[in-house]
Ligand binder design. Structure first.
Ligand code: ATP
Ligand code: ZN
Length: 226
């Protein structure tokens, strides 16, 4: 374990949120020495360590108090929150800021040849997704009796592979859907990256003071870009 007096921030090691999250930390004056293979990166000018992990692990690391802060997509955050609530685990955290990157939507898409007339067309069907809790919540809200089938990868090929009738996946441009003969039909969740921290009062006064010093700098960076 690293020094417990240092603020620990979880970021995605390698993926769509990594570069923008590191750029933001650097823009607010945190000097970082990131070595590609290492899990931990230390700041050389602030009492801060980065924990570089898969994005899926970040909500739980914050909610379990293993790290103090994290950069995460709202899609992943909301899914993990629902999953933990269903399992009776604590799911407390604070959203410090919604950020200006990582924008995407979680959408239902069906094969172009399917006769689709609204989400009710999915009644009795199987829908492949990496976000079963968000999808089941949508089905419940819409009163649709469909089944979410969990796939952690290759969701977009599930209909052609005969594994599911439709999919629910993250979309930004729609090019991947089109390339797989799928038509986007419903947006069920709109997401951006957010910066979260452990629940109020669970941090030492020193760490909370450091966070309170960093957040206005983030606002400054975001405003300067607008
Ligand atoms: P990891 O190896 O960390 O688990 P991953 O494959 O789950 O990575 P990425 O594809 O890097 O994750 O996506 C991380 C996050 O980036 C998503 O959860 C979402 O919040 C955001 N994002 C933005 N645009 C897109 C997009 N077009 N497709 C997928 N995710 C996107
Ligand atoms: Zn992931």
């Amino acid at each position: 374990m690293s020094d417990n007096s240092r603020l620990r921030i979880a970021i995605q090691k390698s993926g769509r949120l990594s570069d923008d999250s590191i750029a933001l930390l650097k823009a607010i004056g945190i000097k970082l020495n990131i070595r590609d293979r290492l899990l931990i990166a230390h700041s050389t000018n602030e009492n801060i360590d980065l924990l570089r992990v898969r994005d899926d692990d970040i909500p739980g690391l914050v909610m379990d108090g293993v790290v103090d802060m994290g950069f995460i997509g709202e899609n992943e955050l909301e899914e993990k929150m629902l999953e933990r609530q269903a399992a009776g685990k604590a799911a407390d955290f604070e959203v410090l800021r919604r950020l200006d990157y990582g924008g995407c939507r979680l959408s239902l898409a069906v094969p172009t040849e399917m006769d689709y007339n609204g989400a009710a067309s999915l009644g009795g069907k199987k829908v492949a997704t990496t976000y079963p809790y968000l999808l089941e919540r949508y089905f419940k809200e819409q009163g649709i009796n469909a089944k979410a089938v969990m796939l952690t990868g290759s969701v977009e090929v599930a209909p052609r592979a005969g594994v599911a009738d439709a999919i629910c996946d993250l979309v930004s441009t729609g090019a991947t859907l089109e390339a797989n003969g799928l038509q986007e039909e419903e947006v069920i969740f709109r997401s951006k990256a957010v910066l979260i921290q452990r629940a109020d009062g669970e941090l030492s006064a020193e760490k909370q003071a450091l966070i309170n010093r960093l957040v206005p700098r983030i606002d400054g960076v975001i405003q300067a870009k607008e």
